[in-house]
Design a protein around this ligand. Structure first.
Ligand code: CA
Length: 548
């Protein structure tokens, strides 16, 4: 969109210009309001959110994958601002959602792992937005066990939700308070359909809205839509340099995880067995696409050495993952086109993010959880026509902890609101406007909890906490009492732990102090005694292996 007026005035049609000159734009140079440079009317907020979408799978972020996968996301970044250093507080699905709703770290919002039920009685940003006159709605993956609160409308997947023919729950005036409906088709498309229906006909057009559109994709088991089952068939996906990482530069946690492409992916993940949840016609399309590929693969399985097989699994995993993202991107294109059709684009802030990033073969892994860059960072793209300068990039340290306060600031809810004061993030609106506060944070706190001592836990990633600065990252696997320090400038793929390097002793000490300072600031309880050193004997087994 090319406009000839100043950024401050872009949002306003000519008829409103006179009124505007008397207020916002004309106020420049007089008493400076915190809302200066922003449209007079609080914008609508459209939050599009995916599950496990790594920023390095988005073209605009600089991806090693084919260029045509995310044209609509790339356009969103070209029209808005891309945050390059958005970290999550706890790299796993339900905890990230709870952090976003509450603006509080996991130990305060009651969802440190995927196992807890979110207490919907606690204060969340949608409730505050409702109080500020917003209509709120959420479509798609919720994943917090309890029913959504603070939403005027919702249509949510049950649990993780499937890729095909999902059952979805919405509020109803009956004894249960909700009704479940089965929707035939592909879940990414259906979530978008439901959201667009509400946008067109479901909402009260006199109120601003906050709409959250939350996809299941591209979460495991990466089932693409029928239209993309053959997409990328003729392409070789580039491998990361550390696909065959032997973890020699890292500690114990990297060795005892259970998330390797070579060993952890199942036949179901690899689409070598019939897929569940598809109807007859979907199954026919699926089999027509995968059966010939699987015949070649099964032959390969019999004849290949281990590395060849890992390479094949990597290709299968990545292609399915990227096919799912292709469908997400197409649906983002549909949403942007509908905003245009409804003449809503100029007055709607569009925010794209994921609950965390994901390993796409780096270190030989899929999944997330570790405080390593690939899954610690999450994409964050914001389009705010007339306010954010098109094509801008922000390198400051930001977090999913900041989203709640950002949404509330966009809605002009004063930060002195008691419930906002209890939140732990920062509004990103000043950064969006190119006005970085002088005291912006210089470090981010991280803590991952989902490792249980008394049973095997998904992917077996050990508990850890850490601090990230612009250049360094210090991680403490506290049940192992092992430290890892990375220089992100010299070693962006985190292959070389410097925690015991004497030349880095000083920076390690400084970061350890910063970690304690943040833990105190955020009121984090001591979790060091939570799990024994080696409850499953995995570390002992490693010792046995290495001595053989
Ligand atoms: Ca996730």
């Amino acid at each position: 969109m090319k406009l000839l007026v100043s950024p401050e005035c872009r949002l306003f049609p000519l008829l409103g210009l006179v009124a505007l000159l008397l207020s916002g734009c004309a106020a420049a140079g007089s008493s400076r309001s915190i809302y200066e440079g922003r449209p007079e009317k609080a914008p609508n907020i459209l939050f599009i959110f995916t599950d496990d979408h790594a920023s390095h799978a988005i073209g605009a972020y600089g991806s090693r994958f084919p260029a045509d996968i995310t044209p609509n996301l790339d356009q969103l970044a070209a029209d808005g601002m891309m945050f390059r250093r958005c970290g999550v507080t706890n790299s796993i699905c339900a905890p990230s959602r709870a952090v976003i709703l509450t603006g509080k770290h996991s130990h305060l919002n009651g969802v440190p792992t995927n196992a807890e039920r979110f207490d919907g009685a606690q204060m969340t940003f949608p409730k505050i937005l409702q109080g500020a006159g917003y209509q709120t709605a959420i479509f798609g993956k919720w994943h917090l066990k309890s029913e959504p609160t603070g939403f005027d409308h919702y249509e949510r997947l049950l649990g993780q939700g499937p890729y095909y023919n999902p059952r979805m729950r919405s509020p109803a005036d009956n004894e249960q308070g909700f009704v479940d409906r089965q929707h035939p088709g592909y879940t990414t498309d259906i979530i978008t359909d439901l959201a667009l229906d509400w946008l067109k006909d479901g909402r009260d057009q006199d109120q601003p809205f906050m709409m959250m559109v939350q996809h299941k994709a591209p979460h495991r088991h990466w089932q693409p839509p029928p239209r993309h089952l053959a997409y990328l068939d003729d392409v070789d996906i580039e491998e990361p340099a550390n696909l065959f990482d032997d973890y020699s530069g890292r500690g114990t946690a990297a060795r005892v995880q259970d998330m390797e492409i070579a060993t952890t992916l199942t036949k179901n993940d690899l689409k070598l067995v019939p897929q569940r949840g598809l109807d007859e016609s979907q199954t026919a399309l699926w089999n027509a696409a995968y059966d010939p590929k699987n015949r070649t693969m099964k032959q390969l399985l019999r004849n290949s050495d281990e590395d060849e097989l890992t390479r094949w699994k990597y290709q299968r995993y990545l292609k399915d993952y990227l096919r799912c993202i292709k469908a997400v991107d197409e649906n983002i294109g549909r949403m942007m086109a509908t905003l245009d059709e409804l003449d809503l684009s100029r007055e709607t802030v569009v925010i794209y993010s994921s609950d965390q990033g994901f390993f796409l073969g780096e270190h030989g892994w899929f999944d997330k959880r570790f405080m390593y860059e690939e899954c610690y960072k999450t994409p964050l793209i914001v389009r705010w026509p007339g306010v954010i300068h098109a094509g801008s990039v922000d390198e400051n340290l930001v977090s999913n902890l900041d989203y709640a306060q950002t949404f509330l600031d966009l809605a002009r809810v004063p930060s002195t609101h008691t419930s906002i004061e209890a939140m732990q993030g920062l509004s990103l609106v000043p950064l969006m406007m190119g006005r970085k506060p002088a005291d912006w944070r210089e470090s981010l706190y991280y803590q991952y909890y989902e490792y249980l001592g008394d049973q095997r836990t998904a992917h077996m990633v050990r508990r850890h906490r850490g601090v990230c600065t612009q250049r360094y990252k210090l991680i403490h696997f506290y049940n192992l009492d092992e430290w890892e320090l990375y220089d992100l400038q010299e070693d962006p793929t985190e292959m070389n732990n410097l925690a015991d390097d004497p030349d880095h002793g000083e920076i390690r000490n400084e970061l350890a102090q910063e970690l304690e300072r943040l833990a105190l600031q955020y009121k984090v309880p001591d979790d060091r005694g939570s799990v024994p050193y080696d409850p499953h004997g995995l570390i002992e087994a490693l010792g046995t292996q290495s001595s053989q």
